[in-house]
Structures are given as structure tokens and as C-alpha cells.
Design a binder for this molecule. Structure first.
Ligand code: GDP
Ligand code: MG
Length: 164
């Protein structure tokens, strides 16, 4: 069966945008109730000769919605349980926050392959110095991307698929 790749990260780092960019087509958002949107959370992705199933953990209903850290911990637990490779998405514009370090610790201890993806690097020259800050998470090389402009996705996917 196909490898499973889970996307973990704080709200607003761009998980759904990355998911849609990799899924290749605009995912339709289903409105169950007025004002409530439910994003699709699974997609099959083909990259070169690789096929995998991608999960956007940000779209999974959680027990905790209010506290960001417990929400992220739950995302990480689900990813650690189900995924073959975890994409940990962070935001170059927001920079590093405490919750990122806590989740990085959980992911490191899981011994699952983790790819650290730094999103919103819309201009590589301008933002590369800020990307290096993410080495402080201690989970390896940061892969800069722009999910909305679809920049850097190839190198990132090479790294993800190298763990299959
Ligand atoms: P999620 O909460 O992690 O799923 O984040 P979303 O995918 O909903 O994105 C949150 C916001 O970040 C939206 O306004 C996106 O348009 C924006 N965003 C996502 N990717 C990028 C990017 O590569 N560059 C910039 N500048 N904004 C982005
Ligand atoms: Mg989302």
C-alpha cells in the first residue's frame, strides 16, 4: 500500500495551501452548516515515480480546539501513529514559537522520519537568512517552500520520498 505522509503544524502556517498545491487540483470545501467549513484531509499524490497518501492533520476534528499547544500535540500524536513520513510545517514570517519546539521534541522522540518545511518563503533571497533560524529546532535541515507560489516543492518532495 502507499506510504502515508502527514502534515503537522500550527494554524495558519499554510497546511491546507500546501495540501491543495500537492493534490494538484483545487479541493472543494464542503460547507456542512453556514459558516462552518470542513476541508478535505486525505489526497493521493503522485510525484515522479512515487505515489503516497497525504493527510492534513489540521483538518482532523480534535478533542481540543481552544489551546493551540494541546491541539498541536494531538496532531503530532496522530501523525506519529499513522504516518510513514511527517512533514512539519512552520512559517518563516511568524518565525519560531514555543509550540514549535514542543512539537519538534515529540517528533524527534518518535524516531519517525520528519521533514522540516519552512513555508511562505515567497522570495528565496529575501527570506533565506530567516530560514536558518529553524535549525534551532534540532530536527534537521529546513526545506524552504512557498506553498501558494509552488516554489521549492520539488526539493522538499525529493526529501520526503527518500524516506519511503
Ligand atoms: P493552515 O491553517 O495551516 O491550513 O493554513 P492555510 O493553508 O489556511 O493558510 C493560512 C494563510 O497563509 C492563508 O491566508 C494563505 O493564503 C497563506 N499562505 C499559505 N501559503 C503561503 C505562502 O507560501 N506564502 C504566503 N505569503 N502566504 C501563504
Ligand atoms: Mg488548514
Amino acid at each position: 500500500s502507499r506510504p502515508i505522509v502527514a502534515i503537522v503544524g500550527r494554524p495558519n502556517v499554510g497546511k491546507s495551501t500546501l495540501f491543495n498545491s500537492l493534490a494538484g487540483e483545487k479541493i472543494s470545501i464542503v460547507k456542512d452548516y453556514p459558516g462552518v467549513t470542513r476541508d478535505r484531509i486525505y489526497a493521493d499524490v503522485t510525484w515522479l515515480n512515487y505515489q503516497f497518501t497525504m493527510i492534513d492533520t489540521g483538518g482532523i476534528e480534535m478533542d481540543t480546539k481552544d489551546i493551540m499547544l494541546s491541539h498541536m500535540r494531538q496532531q503530532a500524536e496522530i501523525a506519529i501513529e499513522t504516518a510513514d513520513v511527517i512533514m512539519f510545517l512552520v512559517d518563516v514570517k511568524q518565525g519560531l514559537v514555543d509550540a514549535d519546539f514542543k512539537v519538534a521534541d515529540m517528533l524527534r522522540k518518535s524516531h519517525k522520519p520528519v521533514v522540516l518545511v519552512v513555508n511562505k518563503v515567497d522570495n528565496f533571497e529575501k527570506y533565506m537568512p530567516d530560514v536558518y533560524e529553524f535549525y534551532n529546532l534540532g530536527i534537521g535541515d529546513p526545506y524552504p517552500i512557498s506553498a501558494s507560489s509552488k516554489i521549492g516543492l520539488g526539493d522538499m518532495l525529493d526529501e520526503v520520498t527518500s524516506h519511503f
